[in-house]
Design a protein around this ligand. Structure first.
Ligand code: GAP
Length: 494
């Protein structure tokens, strides 16, 4: 029994009959394509199976490559290829738009990665930014003690199965480096393990130049580095990654209320980039597990194929950070309230998100396989990344029906030139049109524009200067006038 029929027999597929194309263009007349398609979702794969396919797609299509691959790679480091870079840019741009540009009460900063060592002493990172580490005496693996599984009540090495492990000891996650030509203690500093500290130590400068009143926030996107003991799950736990952090300063009496506000705002953000509500989870950290200075912390989690894991922390950090830096630097980091004429250290609520983790969530949520059956009963598996158009790396593929027809090619090129001022477009003239659609499905491109013989008026004036727009998810097609294309697409990718 064919795979498709087997799936159908089990009744595990989702059946959808696609309607005929609204306009029967030359495309369908000259190059017969099925008018009705029966399709259903390929069955849900096991988590590791699915993850393997996602990793392979990411490499094949140029989303993510191993760093320094030709030298054997560097564990915990990744390079983003052309599609990954666009996806990342769209994600960061949308975060910035939502967090900074669309608000009156948040301003931005772009701090340096290297900072004075005293920043990390005062913040507590130098002494306490550690994970518990054990060594396996048998295979010499270094392991995170809190991630070991137990067998018969004993911790076991996941690499060789041995129980012969050392006692846990604290391992500092910061990458140490030297500033300047002398490699001694006086030159030591660290690659920042979070972007937040630049915001705290620049608090006074920003307050003065922005002339903001409480409550207000300072936002930053940038690289962070952690020497993770066990980088794992593809880009999920990396040694070099990016964060999108907001420190939202407020009066002490508003802290708890703002914690709830930012939790909801951040959930709205994730839904608006296309993560399904049912894949998002909120974990309230029990008070005994919160940092001693925190009056409340939530983790926003996502159902990855390898389990439900943290995407972002939303923490009410009280006045801890500014107080620490004021004490250590001896410089005032307080706020003067003109109404009450009082000085006080503002409290802060911090939504702190990972760029790379959110990208991985977008790819995992979008990945889909679908068995498509044409009216002759021939089946094919279509791999599609169902990105929200706002996140999709390429917004629109533009295809002349034939590459050796000068008029078709010229018209398609004109459309590309017109659209590329507004959005990322991709021109493709090679292979059968169905193949070209499939390639863009895998890249997550939400719209495909085909220039056919109707477009150039070969079949009469009725459809001249119109194109076929094909929708990635439904595979439905509609006829649109070229002059309406920019508005049609812009409205859908905003
Ligand atoms: N300033 C607060 C802070 O850094 P965190 O929970 O340690 O808090 C915030 O990090 C976010 O940064 C995480 O929710 C995650 O999305 C991302 N992140 C942290 N460590 C990471 C790693 N090793 N690889 C990728 N992303 C990471």
């Amino acid at each position: 029994m064919a795979f498709g029929a087997w799936r159908w027999a089990l009744g595990v597929g989702r059946l959808a009959a696609l309607p005929a194309f609204p306009a029967l263009s030359a495309l369908t007349k000259r190059y017969p394509m099925p008018l009705f398609r029966f399709r259903y979702m390929a069955h849900a794969k096991s988590g590791s199976d699915r993850m393997e396919k996602i990793v392979s797609l990411c490499k094949r299509r140029g989303f993510i490559f191993q760093s320094s691959e030709i030298y054997g790679g560097l564990n915990g480091c990744w390079d983003y290829g052309p599609l990954g870079t666009e996806l990342k840019r769209n994600l960061k741009d949308f975060w910035w738009r939502r967090t900074v540009r669309e608000r009156d009460d948040v301003v931005g900063i772009d701090g340096s990665i290297l900072m004075n060592r005293q920043v990390w002493v005062a913040s507590g990172h130098e002494n306490t930014f550690t994970d518990p580490m054990v060594d396996c005496r048998n295979c010499k693996s270094r392991l995170r003690a809190d991630q070991l599984t137990e067998k018969n009540g004993r911790k076991q090495c996941p690499v060789c199965g041995s129980f012969d492990l050392t006692e846990p000891r604290a391992f500092n996650l910061m990458f140490k480096t030297y500033v300047g030509a002398t490699e001694d203690e006086s030159a030591v500093t660290y690659l920042r393990p979070e972007t937040a500290q630049a915001i705290f130590v620049q608090f006074r400068n920003i307050l003065e130049v922005s002339r903001k009143k409480l409550p207000f926030g300072i936002a930053q996107i940038g690289k962070a580095f952690r020497n993770e003991i066990n980088p794992r799950n593809f880009t999920f736990r990396s040694r070099e990654f990016e964060q999108m952090e907001l420190e939202y300063f407020c009066r002490p009496e508003n802290g708890l209320e703002l914690l709830e506000y930012w939790l909801q705002e951040r959930l709205r953000f994730y839904r608006d980039i296309g993560l399904p509500s049912e894949s998002l989870h909120v974990h309230k950290i029990p008070p005994e597990e919160c940092a001693h200075y925190s009056k409340g912390t939530y983790d926003i989690e996502f159902a990855f194929p390898f389990g439900i894991q943290e995407l972002e922390g939303v923490a009410y950090r009280t006045d801890y950070d500014l107080t620490q830096h004021q004490q250590a630097s001896g410089k005032p980091l307080d706020y003067f309230d003109e109404e009450s004429k009082q000085h006080f250290i503002p409290h802060v609520v911090e939504p702190s998100a990972g760029v790379d983790r959110t990208m991985l969530a977008l790819i995992c949520a979008g990945y889909d396989e679908e068995v498509v059956i044409d009216e002759k009963g021939k089946s094919e598996t279509r791999t599609v990344l169902r990105f929200h158009p706002r996140m999709a790396p390429i917004k629109c593929g533009v295809f002349p029906l034939l590459k050796n027809n000068e008029s078709l090619v010229r018209r398609a090129r004109e459309i590309v030139d017109q659209l590329r001022r507004e959005m990322m477009v991709f021109y493709d003239e090679t292979g059968a049109i169905g193949r070209r659609y499939r390639r863009q499905d895998e890249a997550g491109t939400p719209f495909g524009v085909t220039v056919d013989f109707d477009t150039i008026g070969e079949n009469g004036p009725a459809l001249r200067d119109t194109v076929t727009v094909r929708h990635r998810d439904s595979m439905e097609q509609e006829r649109i006038a070229i002059k309406e294309l920019p508005a049609f697409l812009s409205e859908r990718i905003r």
